[in-house]
Design a protein around this ligand. Structure first.
Ligand code: 2HA
Ligand code: ZN
Length: 267
């Protein structure tokens, strides 16, 4: 069977980038079994031939109405698929979907009828918000970083920007490369519309949000940059936990040191 990627170098590059990041998520230990998901908006690489491709599924409602997504195309990790399998064989463990004119349902167009991620509602809501804000972002990642999820079990960390300031203060790069910090989404049922709505509310202010006792979601111009933001936050969390494991509370950079950084990097 012919793949939708054939003779489409830009689409191929973007799907390969998803596969590369999927491999990192697995290697980091953030993607047990089918945990986590990735979606990218590929509408800009869609040509007329793709627009004419017949669906290979019935229309499937995704539980929300997102009018800006009408006629958009996404490459999505499949539900119940392993991240480590997405890394090696992206087109067997993910699929391309088209959002229908009702803005509330989708159909699968290629390569195989792989049903998209269980967190599709959250992912599509994030994409709608990125389009609405005009920020040019195309990627959304959800993953389960051990250290950040562990920190979300401590109520003391869940106040607005408490964790942001703590993580920023562990190493200068974190503030430089995750300048908006980390939003907090109170526990909600996985895959729920409630979780999707709360995620989008936080993304108005942050590029990365922590789902209490579950995981993180990050958005970015591309999937690599979305990953980098989670990676720098997780590095800070590791430094904090290493210090605690050595038996002391890390001092953290001072507010003055962090403000100096803000000036220097124009954050
Ligand atoms: O896709 O991580 O939150 C599996 C999950 C659901
Ligand atoms: Zn999850």
């Amino acid at each position: 069977m012919k793949s939708i990627l054939e003779n489409r170098p830009e689409l191929t590059r973007r799907v390969e980038e998803v596969a590369e990041v999927a491999g990192y998520l697995w290697q980091k230990g953030w993607a047990e079994r089918n945990g986590g998901n990735i979606t990218i908006n590929i509408t800009a690489c869609v040509d007329d031939d793709i627009r004419r491709m017949p669906p290979i599924s019935d229309p499937i409602p995704f539980g929300m109405t997102l009018p800006r997504l009408k006629g958009c195309y996404f490459f999505c990790k499949g539900t119940n698929r392993r991240m480590r399998d997405l890394a090696r064989r992206p087109m067997e463990n993910g699929s391309v979907i088209r959002i229908l004119d009702d803005g509330a349902s989708y159909e699968i167009v290629a390569d195989e009828p792989v049903r998209p991620t269980s967190e599709l509602a959250s992912h599509l809501a994030m994409h709608e918000q990125m389009i609405a804000s005009g920020n040019g972002y195309t990627a959304a990642i959800h993953t389960h970083p051990i250290n950040l999820v562990a920190m979300s079990h401590n109520r003391a960390f869940l106040g607005k920007d408490t964790l942001t300031r703590l993580l920023w203060s562990m190493i200068p790069e974190t503030r430089a490369f995750c300048p908006k910090g980390l939003g907090i989404v109170p526990y909600a049922m996985p895959s729920s519309v409630e979780l999707a709505r709360a995620t989008v509310r936080e993304l108005a202010e942050y590029d990365v949000v922590l789902w209490e006792k579950h995981g993180v979601c990050a958005v970015g111009p591309d999937v690599m940059q979305a990953f980098d933001q989670i990676d720098v936050l997780a590095k800070s969390a590791d430094i904090y936990l290493s210090a605690r494991a050595m038996g002391f509370e890390p001092e953290g950079m001072t507010d003055a040191q962090m403000d100096e950084l803000k000036e220097a990097f124009g954050l």
